[in-house]
Design a protein around this ligand. Structure first.
Ligand code: EPZ
Length: 421
């Protein structure tokens, strides 16, 4: 298991390119199962999550080729049984369910376990598929789905106690594109990654309107064809490096972004006193403000403040003068990072799903352990200005969703080394 050795106190300056979105790539790769024709998908980040998805597509019978960021998939002859030993490694594998049901009217996918950020139910996914005619059985930890009478479009409301479901919306959309009639998803997730999936499906010949809003209309078609598609930039990767710029800049430039996907993060960093500018439409420039101050954040479904940026903001607020209050409404248990940061001297109190952070002068290095993808990225951010040299173990959590994070930070002047153990 690799670890990172990070020497704090080095100012970050320079420019890096933001990679394609992991969370857009995963459902788009799965959606390639909906046609037997050749599909080319560009700007797929080389991270373990996308590589797991490619392995699952291969195990389902698809032909998969990858050369750097470009993936070619031909799913001419596929079967509906997703392999447990691969699916259990990544919860997002659940998004092969929709395309398998949509094309084969069958799917067998293991029920994803929970994970460290909290319970990860799929009741809304199953509700959506059942509403358009799927029969669902649970047996031996597997979800068995058939649709003997085919799939018929309907209006479906997809919202749980914590708001809409991103992958649940994706699964229903992918099952509905070949269904008879029209499906309307009310209370759909409006994330840019859902819109990107809809754009990809439309490039394959689907008829989807309204993606990116909470009401999506899918008119079923007979067949889908191949296409050549480029995935949107990763807004959470960009947000993570924006926080790095606020914590340890100098001046950090992030190229190939979609600033319009980051409005809430840009506004929050400005409210906290930092400088964020947009250059030439797709470059975000961040530098620390002269008088940074604490802020209050509540995570919400898009376009609200993203839960995937919550841990990174805790790392910033740990050394921001004043009090910051962070309320997590999507995954209430998503505060693993606080206990590790307190080992570095952060001052935070957690009650229920709200963290209160009192900024300290400086954190100090300590051996810390990565736990989940975004919590681990937050520990790396905290280490950038901590006094001394921090060791972050289990960085495979970070490699799941950040393409070459050590190399990108080195390019900005950070002293970070990957040690293979
Ligand atoms: C996606 O997960 C993202 N993952 C997550 O990013 C992100 O945190 C999350 O959306 C919220 O934005 C991918 O896109 C691969 P949800 P998803 O279904 O779709 C509850 C990262 O760090 N819920 O939108 O699995 C659920 O428990 C990852 O990149 C149900 O109750 O999340 C949660 O409280 C982490 N029943 C809320 O809804 C269901 O059937 C939102 O979950 C489904 C979800």
């Amino acid at each position: 298991m690799d670890k990172f050795i990070i020497e704090g106190g080095h100012e970050l300056n320079g420019a890096i390119n933001i990679s394609g979105s992991k969370n857009a790539s995963l459902p788009i790769l799965a959606a390639a199962l909906l046609t037997g024709e050749r599909v080319v998908i560009r700007r797929v980040p080389d991270v373990s999550d996308t590589n797991y998805m490619l392995a699952i597509l291969g195990a389902l019978g698809a032909h998969v080729e990858r050369s750097s960021g470009t993936v070619i998939i031909e799913a001419a002859n596929i079967h509906p049984d997703a392999p447990y030993e691969l699916v259990r490694k990544m919860r997002a594998s659940i998004c092969v369910m929709g395309p398998l049901v949509g094309r084969l009217h069958q799917a067998k996918v293991s029920l994803p376990g929970g994970c460290i950020i909290g319970d990860r139910p799929v009741d809304l996914h199953l509700k959506g598929l059942a509403e358009i005619g799927a029969d669902i059985d649970m047996e031996g930890g597997n979800i068995h789905i058939t649709a003997k009478k085919g799939l018929k479009g309907k209006t479906v409301r997809l919202r749980g106690t914590h708001g809409p479901t991103v992958l649940g919306t994706d699964n229903l959309m992918m099952a509905a594109v070949l269904a008879e009639g029209t499906t309307i998803i009310e209370d759909a997730a409006a994330e840019p990654e859902v819109e990107d999936l809809a754009n990809f499906l439309n490039a394959m010949g689907a008829k989807i309107l309204g993606a990116g809003t909470t009401r999506i209309t899918i008119q079923g078609v007979e067949k889908l064809h191949g296409c050549d598609y480029t995935v949107i930039p990763d807004r959470i990767e960009a947000g993570t490096y924006m926080v790095a710029g606020a914590i340890a800049g100098g001046t950090v430039k992030l190229r190939r972004t979609r600033p319009d996907h980051l409005t809430s993060v840009i506004d929050t960093l400005r409210d906290a006193g930092h400088n964020v500018e947009i250059e030439e439409g797709t470059t975000i420039v961040v530098s620390p403000g002269k008088t940074p101050k604490g802020a209050n954040i509540t995570t919400e479904p898009y376009p609200g403040f993203p839960t995937d940026m919550q841990a990174q903001m805790c790392a910033l607020f740990a050394t921001t003068p004043g009090i910051s209050v962070i309320k997590e409404t999507i995954f209430p248990q998503r505060f693993m990072h606080l206990s590790e940061m307190s080992r570095m001297g952060a001052d935070s109190k957690l009650n229920d799903h709200t963290a209160v952070i009192t900024g300290v002068e400086q954190l100090s290095a300590a051996p810390v352990m990565a736990s989940d993808l975004r919590a681990s990225a937050a520990l790396v951010l905290a280490a950038l200005t901590a006094k001394g040299t921090t060791e972050v173990t289990r960085v495979y959590h970070i490699d799941r969703g950040y393409e070459h994070i050590d190399e990108k930070l080195q390019a900005l002047g950070a002293k970070i080394q990957r040690v293979r153990e």
